[in-house]
Write a protein that binds this ligand. Sequence first.
Ligand code: NAD
Length: 374
Amino acid sequence: MKIAILKETAPGETRCAAIPETVKKFIGLGATVAVERSAGEHALVSDADFEAAGASVGPRAEVLEGAGAILCVLGPDPATLKGAERGALLVGALDPVGRRDAIASYAAAGLEALAMEWMPRISRAQSMDVLSSQSNLAGYKAVIEAADAFGRAFPMMMTAAGTISPAKVFVMGVGVAGLQAIATARRMGAQVSATDVRSATREQILSLGAKPVFVENVAGIEGEGAGGYATEMSPEYQQAQAELVSSHIAKQDIVVTTALIPGKPAPRLISDAQLATMRAGSIVVDLAAEAGGNVEGCVVGERVRRHGVTIIGAANLARSLPADASALFARNLYNFLSAFWDKEAGKPVLADEDELVKGTRLTHGGKIVHERLS
Ligand code: NAD
């Protein structure tokens, strides 16, 4: 089977759906790989690197011709896929809810669209989970951005000219991104505290050497929550959480918020009034900015100053680490397709009843088939 790797065209997109390592592995399975010219340019992979790994490099029309699978980071404009074979797999983060028209066009073109961001959260699929691989990098970069904007140092320093006290970092939302934010801030020498609505995160926070700060008088979500995800909390819980945040936040230098609820706008965790209690020069990084923001006044992709506090509306931070983000994303794609590889057929054979196929398959046989899109 021929596998096509597209060059990303979305503004600001820096990632690539393949790296030489995954090209070699696909070839090892018996596939051929064709990469669109300069697809890896921002991810520090040259066309020559791809050729050295065994891929051919060419313009999109040539790359698409005869391909049985088309790999991308973000879903391409359907108009740019003319010439793709009916029945070809189109695999990437396709944003099914935000791009319904595009998904309908993929169906009409006979493509089998597979949305990587809908990969079920089960242990078998961990190595295929693009949300985790990209969130992990975003959590790291959020702390780096905060450190960059902060007018003070992170670690405690005892110098002849006096002592610098350690920065106090508070992480709200301890999923994949939050855990990496805690670990990064700890490595940089900050004093870290963290909160979540899921009780299972308390142990995780402690194991990273940070202090858990939890609502005690109203029950949160026991254990992990369904599929690892949180739900919207009761008004009673929200009130208790707001009081807790108010008493804690005024003492923090840096706050990183990562709280998301699938299918809903991000929960509001910090109000303008709470922000006003923070010391001037404090930094808030809102990783949920694109989902509506955890912080009042946050603007996606911008740094705004309110009450002397800088709010960084983080937008897709994984993109700012294109080499690593591409490597992890490319491996997620490889791990997914190789798990279904049928040696005799020489291509992935997707079983209709498989949980991973059911979770990700958007279109099949010219129709939209996913229940979440019906
Ligand atoms: P997410 O991005 O959906 O949300 C980020 C965090 O925000 C979560 O921890 C959530 O509980 C928290 N949150 C939501 N509302 C909140 C509120 N009002 N206040 C405070 N915090 C709030 O979550 P995620 O990073 O994708 O991961 C969540 C869980 O799923 C983790 O336990 C992770 O280990 C698990 N997971 C499992 C797999 C797998 O098994 N394949 C893959 C990915 C994640």
